[in-house]
Design a protein around this ligand. Structure first.
Ligand code: 2NE
Length: 270
C-alpha cells in the first residue's frame, strides 16, 4: 500500500491511502511515549480528518514494531502535567480522548508491541482495535504515580467488566494480545507481519457501509456511556440530519421570509 503524506509534523506521521488516514506516533526510541506536542499534533491531524469529507476511516498507530504507545513521557512530567516547549503543565491527552470519541468516523487502533498507560487508554477509546500477536496491554499508572480515572478506568470497566478493570489497574500487569482479546479489550489478533493488511481490510469494509449509519451507532453507544455529553453528540447528529429535511428548512425559510411556518405539510411517520 502506498501512503501519501498529508501534513508534516515533528512527533507524528500523518498519511493517507485513498479514503483511509493513518496517524502514527513517531517516537519509537521512547516506545512512542507522548508529549504535549505529540498530543497537540494528533489533535490537529484528527481535526483535519474530521473536516475532510474524503476521509472515511482513521487508523491510529505507533511507529515500529515495538510499541503502539507507552503513555505520557515521564521524562517531561512536571508539577501538574506534562511540559512542552511553553512549560505549561498539560494533560491534553484527555482532549484527544474526547476527540476520538466524538469524531463521527470509525477510528481503528492498530497495535504492535507495547500498549501501556495513557497510550493504552488511547487504544481503548478507539472504536475498534486490531492487534499484532506481539502486542502487550497494561495500565502502569499506580506504579509511576499516575492514573486515568476517566475513560481509562470507568469506561474500561464498561468494556471489560469491573473486576477485570480493577485487576488491570490495581496490579499493573501486562496482558498478551490473546488475553486482551478474550477480555473483550480488543477486537482482533493477527500475526505481526499481517497487522496493517488486516487493519486495512477492516477499514475498507467500513468504507462500504453507510457513513451515517456508522455515525449514529457510534454516537448512540457514546450517549449510553458519556451522559449528557454523549447525548449532545447524538442530538447534534440528529440536528445535522434534520437541517437537510424540508421540514427543517421550512422553519428557517419562514423566519427569513417573515411569515408563519407551515409545518403541517410534512408527514409525521408513526
Ligand atoms: C513500555 C515498556 C514496558 C517498554 O519496556 P522495554 O523494556 O521494551 O523498553 P525500555 O528499555 O523500558 O524503554 C526504551 C526507552 O524508552 C523509554 C525508556 O526510558 C527507555 O529509554 P532509554 O533508557 O533507552 O533512554 N521510555 C519508555 N516508556 C517511556 C515513557 N512512558 N516515558 C518516557 N520514556 C519512556 C516500559 O518502557 C515502560 O514500562 N514504560 C513506562 C510506561 C509508563 O509508566 N507510562 C506512563 C503511564 S502514566 C500515563 O501515561 C498517563 C496517565 O496515567 C494519565 C494521563 C496521561 C498519561
Amino acid at each position: 500500500v502506498e501512503w501519501t503524506p498529508i501534513k508534516e509534523y515533528a512527533e507524528i506521521l500523518f498519511e493517507r491511502t485513498d479514503k483511509i488516514a493513518k496517524i502514527t506516533i513517531n517516537r519509537p526510541e521512547k516506545r512512542n511515549a507522548f508529549t504535549p506536542v505529540t498530543v497537540a499534533e494528533m489533535i490537529d491531524a484528527f481535526t483535519v480528518c474530521r473536516d475532510d469529507a474524503s476521509i472515511g476511516v482513521i487508523i491510529l498507530t505507533g511507529a515500529g514494531d515495538l510499541a503502539f504507545s507507552s503513555g505520557g513521557d515521564q521524562s517531561i512530567r512536571g508539577n501538574g502535567g506534562y511540559l512542552g516547549p511553553d512549560q505549561i503543565p498539560r494533560l491534553n491527552v484527555l482532549d484527544l480522548q474526547r476527540l476520538i470519541r466524538i469524531i463521527p468516523k470509525p477510528v481503528i487502533a492498530m497495535v504492535r508491541g507495547w500498549s501501556v498507560g495513557g497510550g493504552n487508554v488511547l487504544q481503548l477509546v478507539c472504536d475498534l482495535t486490531v492487534a499484532a500477536d506481539n502486542a502487550q496491554f497494561g495500565q502502569t499508572g499506580p506504579m509511576v504515580g499516575s492514573f486515568d480515572a476517566g475513560y481509562g478506568s470507568a469506561y474500561l470497566a464498561r468494556v471489560i467488566g469491573h473486576k477485570r478493570a480493577k485487576e488491570v489497574w490495581f496490579l499493573d500487569e501486562f496482558y498478551s494480545a490473546q488475553e486482551a482479546l478474550e477480555m473483550g479489550w480488543i477486537n482482533r489478533v493477527v500475526p505481526l507481519a499481517e497487522v496493517e493488511t488486516a487493519t486495512l481490510e477492516w477499514a475498507n469494509k467500513l468504507l462500504k457501509k453507510s457513513p451515517t449509519a456508522l455515525r449514529f451507532i457510534k454516537a448512540a453507544m457514546n450517549a449510553d456511556t458519556d451522559g449528557v455529553a454523549g447525548l449532545q453528540q447524538l442530538a447534534g447528529d440528529a440536528t445535522m440530519l434534520f437541517y437537510t429535511t424540508d421540514e427543517g428548512k421550512e422553519g428557517r425559510n419562514a423566519f427569513l421570509e417573515k411569515r408563519d411556518p407551515d409545518f403541517g405539510q410534512f408527514p409525521t411517520f408513526p
